[in-house]
Design a protein around this ligand. Structure first.
Ligand SMILES: *[C@@H]1O[C@H](CO)[C@@H](O)[C@H](O)[C@H]1NC(C)=O
Ligand SMILES: *[C@@H]1O[C@H](CO)[C@@H](O)[C@H](O)[C@H]1NC(C)=O
Ligand SMILES: *[C@@H]1O[C@H](CO)[C@@H](O)[C@H](O)[C@H]1NC(C)=O
Ligand SMILES: *[C@@H]1O[C@H](CO)[C@@H](O)[C@H](O)[C@H]1NC(C)=O
Ligand SMILES: *[C@@H]1O[C@H](CO)[C@@H](O)[C@H](O)[C@H]1NC(C)=O
Ligand SMILES: *[C@@H]1O[C@H](CO)[C@@H](O)[C@H](O)[C@H]1NC(C)=O
Length: 879
């Protein structure tokens, strides 16, 4: 079916709310990605046509002139189809550079409710059509860096092959992707399972097929189909590389192939008539302690082990593999994960006979680095990561490509960002020194866990964003939103921050919460979020969750993810708030003007109020009818006593400190909400993520909830229950939406009040503040993972997880599950990773993380159930 989703959505919105123009959304700019980029695909002949896929932040198209990227799948990621930001494979049509295909879906277990789709575009991703498959696709599942598992026959573009996960085998389209059917003759379904004991289904799914590689040098069959095709599977016991010589009718294992490892990448070098393959002993993306690189000569049917390092010296597997198609025999391969001291990249100009590394030891601990690293397009990558971690080159390197039309240009994805350069040939010169730059401008891939906007006039910051895996960011003014931050939240730096709040009467006072176990996880700023200090009263056991700062900035209420609500006064020790339930508190808030007032809400629907600065809470219920679950509580930014509560039954408003509530009509099943500066002086808009006349969308009201308009339009935000929203405290009509995987979007516009009492904006205001939406295209951005998941399991961060604390609703499967476990995706990895570990060593090393080795000063004990396994003198890992 045709997906002109955008048009359909716009039409629907227009029908429901004829007056409202949709806001024009773009990303708050970080410039550094922030998450895992598992795949990059270049068109083989059309210069500059390339795509990068992410596991939780969608697909991006390269803008070749400035090496920036444009997000092309945002319109697909509706609330119902949030998994559309998980891209498990991308393929281009070698005969038509305008055509692009992708395998879409986030999880193959029950976290993602939808079956997967193969989407196709004839205009480079501007519009899409889609075919739903009878099974799920796992863009954020283990093994997502293998591939590509989707490919278009170079000779007959109506033929497309897709290698599925979960035991579903190989699928073929013969009509350009409109329909697919199973190739029953391909019987090895890739049955390797990373962890059969994982009851969530995440690590216990069959990894399935790894890649599809057409041999363009082979003869054509009668319908113009390429006769020789190679397909890889996740199988390290029988055979993993299969070949067909009759265009896919029959298949057999390629003889004499290596076993023991899993193939990650398989690339054809047509002039050499050879395949190059990288192997690792896990399916990735966090693992790998051994591996290999092979060259398969198709004409002679011979395999050659061209691994750059003797097996005895390896402590990593291989992932990224880039061939220089202009210079046969020249290629670059990357370690998948070399957690210490850094990733390693090797280049060969003689088909793998000899290799040169991108760095090498001189006299330990000194090394020669045959590269310069430049982070000017995202300075925070330098300050927060490259300068603080021995792993400058990255980790989780599955994607590495050399531009087929220009051997100088290359790029590679990591768990943190996308790096690249335009002088790769200098590797081969005597001087041997390439320039590596952050090349992620436009990729925004972060899981946003908390947002705040504080009055700039009082020393506050326009936007404070707490994010998974890469700490968080402060944007002081509106003017900074388009500029990459100089640094992430640091000193202390925790991989993930779960919430942030400011003091209403002292907006320069900010508190944030980290998500790492084993060290204090509360930090304070008195300069609007520029510099920070650890809260001296925070213990070392609690982490995560949500936070509320009292109006005068002397009391902090904290609802950590691993325990009951606690309170600190004047930076004293946090003590338990015994009048609140010890579990199930999903929302807390402070009155922004009255220092004595706090609110709390429980997942079971009970709302609480404290009028003694958070010491004692009592439940309140007057007017809260039909509430069985609280999702969010928000106090008016400037009006004492006004508080809004978001619930399963929609919104409720109180103007008397929660003594009595009035039901707000128009929306149900609302999630996060916010108030932001409206168009007229003294007026505030209300923003709510929830279900209304246009379906599950972001709605705004300029008349205190009497009328609501859909301001989301055709922009996808993914799962609304996993989003955060905050209205600007400074810019009239500006609103921010933090997503679970695509960073922060923002837009500005006039909310058409429906003839409400005096809240409708004046004409003059309208014209001046209106959404003259300059930008049409949303600027892409994104994030994701890192390595050592810091906190809890890998999950927490990533996926939907986010929401958990606050959202926890029920609403759908999604929330639920999500939250905790799954998150993971990208983040997982990422999150924790580096940063946190570095800045604030936690007591325990995380799964896949390093836990020992010469020079290692960080935790040597792993989180349960993992144990620290010796790999070599330099490296032990939690496995
Ligand atoms: C996914 O496909 C399977 C097989 O056709 C079907 O049984 C299932 O109902 C589908 N799931 C959804 C959510 O459509
Ligand atoms: C799964 O659990 C069994 C029984 O506890 C254990 O013996 C086995 O090692 C576990 N497997 C993995 C991969 O953790
Ligand atoms: C396959 O790989 C897994 C994961 O590395 C490993 O535990 C297993 O021993 C391997 N099997 C063979 C036959 O090498
Ligand atoms: C390569 O260039 C970078 C940046 O100028 C420099 O830091 C590095 O030391 C150089 N490497 C060598 C081996 O000279
Ligand atoms: C919610 O849980 C709290 C604490 O257990 C309890 O006091 C309250 O009665 C519950 N409310 C509802 C509506 O069940
Ligand atoms: C602050 O709130 C308390 C509790 O509702 C109220 O008694 C007090 O009058 C309020 N203070 C001000 C200055 O409004």
């Amino acid at each position: 079916m045709k997906l002109s989703t955008l048009q359909l959505l716009l039409a629907a919105a227009a029908a429901a709310v004829p007056v409202q123009a949709a806001f024009s959304w773009k990303n708050v700019h970080t410039g550094g990605g922030g998450g895992f980029v598992p795949g990059i695909v270049f068109h083989p002949s059309a210069q500059g046509v390339a795509y990068a896929r992410t596991d939780i932040g969608g697909l991006y198209r390269l803008n070749p002139d400035d090496d920036s990227w444009t997000a092309v799948t945002d319109s697909l990621a509706t609330d119902e189809k949030w998994g559309s930001w998980g891209i498990d494979a991308v393929a281009l049509d070698p005969q038509d550079p305008n055509k692009v295909y992708a395998a879409v879906g986030m999880y193959t277990n029950d976290w993602d409710p939808n079956n997967g789709t193969i989407i196709r575009s004839s205009d480079r991703g501007t519009t899409w059509s889609s075919t739903t498959l009878p099974f799920k696709i796992g863009g954020n599942m283990p093994g997502r860096g293998m591939g590509e598992r989707l490919a278009v026959d170079p000779s007959n573009p109506r033929i497309i092959l897709f290698g599925a996960r979960s035991g579903h085998g190989l699928w073929r389209s013969t009509d350009g992707g409109a329909t697919f059917s199973r190739v029953s003759s391909f019987t090895n379904t890739g049955t390797y399972i990373p962890d059969p004991n994982d009851t969530s289904g995440y690590n216990s799914d069959k990894q399935g097929l790894a890649f599809v590689t057409f041999d363009s040098t082979s003869s054509l069959t009668v319908d113009g189909a390429t006769s020789r095709i190679f397909v890889g599977t996740a199988d390290n016991t029988t055979a993993s590389v299969y070949v067909s010589t009759d265009a896919g009718t029959t298949w057999s294992p390629v003889p004499n192939q290596p076993l023991r490892f899993f193939p990650h990448k398989c690339r054809l070098q047509p002039v050499e008539k050879a395949l190059y393959l990288t192997y690792s002993d896990g399916t990735g993306p966090y693992d790998g302690t051994l591996g290999a690189v092979y060259r398969y000569d198709i004409a002679s049917s011979t395999w050659k082990d061209i691994t750059p390092v003797p097996s005895s010296e390896l402590h990593f597997g291989f992932g990224g593999l880039g061939l220089d198609l202009q210079r046969p025999g020249t290629l670059v391969v990357a370690s998948l994960n070399s957690w210490w001291p850094d990733a390693q990249l090797f280049r060969s100009t003689d088909s793998g006979e000899t290799w040169s590394p991108i760095w090498e030891w001189t006299s330990y601990p000194d090394m020669n680095m045959y590269y310069g690293m430049y982070t000017d397009s995202a300075p925070w990558i330098g300050k927060g990561f490259v300068e603080r971690d021995s792993k400058r080159l990255g980790w989780m390197i599955e994607a590495l490509e050399i531009d087929p039309t220009d051997g100088e240009r290359w790029m590679y994805g990591t768990g943190l960002t996308l790096f690249g350069g335009r002088d790769l040939g200098r590797w081969d010169e005597n001087e041997r020194n390439v320039s590596i730059r952050v090349m992620a401008d436009g990729i925004e891939e972060m899981a946003v866990l908390g947002l705040a906007s504080a009055p700039v006039s009082g020393g506050g910051s326009e936007l404070l964003a707490a994010v998974g895996d890469v700490s968080g960011f402060t944007y002081r003014t509106e003017a900074e939103l388009g500029t990459a931050p100089e640094k992430p939240w640091m000193d202390p730096m925790w991989a993930s921050s779960t919430d942030v709040d400011y003091a209403g009467n002292k907006p320069a006072s900010v508190v944030r919460i980290g998500n790492s176990a084993g060290s204090p996880q509360v930090a304070l700023s008195s300069d609007g979020g520029g510099t920070w200090a650890v809260h001296p009263g925070a213990g070392t056991t609690q982490f995560g969750g949500s936070v509320a700062y009292s109006a005068d900035g002397d009391i902090i209420l904290w609802s950590p993810s691993n325990g009951g609500v606690v309170r600190s006064q004047s930076q004293g020790t946090f003590t338990a708030v015994s009048s609140l339930p010890s579990s199930g508190v999903v929302a807390i808030a402070s009155d922004k003007r009255n220092n004595t007032v706090f609110y709390a809400g429980a997942g079971n629907g009970t709302v609480y109020r404290s009028t003694d600065s958070g010491s004692v809470f009592v439940s309140v219920s007057s007017g809260l009818t039909g509430v069985t679950s609280v999702r969010d509580i928000v106090a008016h930014p400037v009006v004492a006593g006004e508080v809004w509560v978001s619930t399963n039954a929609g919104l409720f408003r109180s103007v008397d400190y929660a003594a009595t509530f009035t039901k707000i009509s128009g929306l149900t099943d609302t999630q996060h909400i916010s108030l932001g500066l409206g168009g007229d002086a003294g007026k505030w808009n209300v923003y709510a993520l929830g279900r209304g006349a246009s379906g599950a969308k972001l709605y705004a009201s300029a008349d205190d909830g009497r009328t609501w308009v859909d301001v989301q339009g055709g922009q996808g935000f993914g799962a609304l229950s996993a989003c955060r929203v905050v209205g600007s405290a400074n810019v009239p009509g500006q609103v921010y939406v933090g997503t679970n995987g695509r960073g922060v979007f923002y837009a500005k516009g006039v909310v058409e009040g429906g003839g409400g009492t005096g809240t409708t904006l004046s004409t003059s205001t309208r014209s001046s503040t209106s959404m003259t939406s300059t930008t049409t295209v949303s600027v892409p951005t994104e994030t994701d993972s890192y390595c050592e998941p810091e906190t809890t399991t890998e999950s927490s961060t990533v996926g939907l997880s986010t929401s958990s604390a606050k959202t926890s609703t029920t609403s759908s499967a999604r929330t639920t599950s999500t939250s905790s476990a799954r998150i993971t995706s990208s983040s997982v990895g990422s999150t924790s990773t580096t940063s946190s570990a570095i800045a604030t060593p936690t007591a325990l090393a995380q799964r896949w993380g390093q836990c020992g080795g010469i020079g290692w000063t960080r935790p040597t004990v792993c989180v349960a159930p993992w144990t620290c396994k010796y790999s070599n003198d330099w490296y032990s890992q939690c496995l």
